[in-house]
Design a protein around this ligand. Sequence first.
Ligand code: UVW
Length: 320
Amino acid sequence: MNASEVMHIGELLKNSPRNWGKWGDDDEVGALNYLDTAEVLRGATAIRSGKTFTLAIPMANPAGDPLWPGRQPASRYNVLDRGDFAAGAGPAIPGGNEYADDIMVIYNQGSSQVDALGHVWYDNELYNGYPAETTAHTLTKASILPIAERGIVGRGVLIDMARHRGKASLAKGETFTHDDLLAAAEAQGVEISPRSILVIRTGFIGSFWREGAAEFYRDFNEPGLVYSPELVEWFQRMEIPALVTDTIANEVTVDPNTGISLPLHSALMRNLGVTFSEIMSLDGLAEDCAADGQWEFLYVAAPLKVFGGTGSPVNPVVIK
Ligand code: UVW
């Protein structure tokens, strides 16, 4: 299918459900509204051993950073270190302490990250019906700031699709549906209950370092969830507040049925207000869950409070 034959996303989603207005005309956090105090307490009941896991991949990794094609990896460099003091150029502070400073230039979507709800739109409207013009230069609506003010805290559940299919990693373009998630959950002995933060492992992000960048980007098509009206209805019915995966974009890159790129960004993020967190490291958590049979946990994520930001790096903490 060439690009001119691909239908417009608005046509695909013309009857797709929306949560616009559900939490008020000025809402900017969408389905995170489901994560009320009862949900935080429910998440806390999943803490049994006190084991903790952090989910971010390292940033500015000398071995490379996996990214959506066209984005640049984080660039970090020292602007002050021992060399400056040795050359007599370090700032003299009373008592002789020396210190190092550094600067980092990043894409806010260029590492483990949370997307603002205003990150994606079509037909000139973003989440809650805000006009796309509100994204000019800085997001004045649905930026990452309101999500960062709130935090993302609740009961998380990990579904290990790679393990369920007996693989280290799903293959390029390999898809799964909500029915596949439910089958994997049943096999794992865990329930994807309403309002759970849905964490899905594909094993794919690790292939960037295992197989190298050239192979990772060759015919780039990540594995992931595949769009269907039924899947969107399921997210809506289950009141899923947040989707977290170990891929760059949380869904199969090219929808095999329509040729549309990233339709779930629009169906879930724009229309339902589901928060997307991407590029997570889930292998260690998955190993532990498989070993102790506990696939649920308290999930805590605090994006950075970036005024007008389209997203923010984040290092979620899972507590089991
Ligand atoms: C794009 O916006 C293309 O992807 P992501 O949501 O993964 O940053």
